[in-house]
Design a protein around this ligand. Structure first.
Ligand SMILES: [Zn+2]
Length: 148
């Protein structure tokens, strides 16, 4: 493909070393974390969710919503070109798999029962994501009232 500008995606050996077993299983072996167990299922801070493997910006807190599914849910990716989707016929179902466009990490699936305006529900594993809070980029004075 010859895209010289983007950094090379991490190698498999590097990811085995760096990721937790669950993160590796989800992103590289198309696993699924158990519902309601992921770190970001009910996470409400403002910021960006990056690919845990390669750091690509994938989702924003501004399009995250509570779908009740037990997995982080978004009605839109942060940038359409940063995720790739394709039909997944595994497990006797026809679903649309969502992958990181840069490193091909498995992220989750997208369904067409999401809220307006997109009508889409990106159902994503917390284990595929690394959250970066907004205040890392400024606005240090704002303290959010957070539940423990
Ligand atoms: Zn990635």
């Amino acid at each position: 493909m010859g895209n010289d500008n983007s950094p090379a995606p991490p190698t498999d050996a590097e990811l085995r070393e760096r990721l937790t077993p669950l993160q590796y299983q989800v992103t590289r072996e198309k696993g699924t974390e158990r519902a309601f167990t992921g770190a970001y299922a009910h996470h409400k801070e403002a910021g960006v969710y990056r690919c845990v493997c390669c750091g690509a910006d994938l989702f924003s807190s501004t399009t995250k919503y509570d779908s009740g599914s037990g997995w982080p849910s978004f009605w839109l990716p942060l940038a359409g070109e940063n995720v790739r989707t394709h039909v997944d016929r595994s497990h006797g179902m026809v679903r649309t798999e969502v992958n990181c466009a840069r490193c091909d990490a498995h992220l989750g699936h997208v369904f067409d029962d999401g809220p307006r305006p997109s009508g889409q529900r990106y159902c994503i594993n917390s284990a595929s994501l690394a959250f970066e809070p907004d205040h890392a980029h400024g606005e240090p004075g704002i303290e959010q009232d957070r539940r423990a």
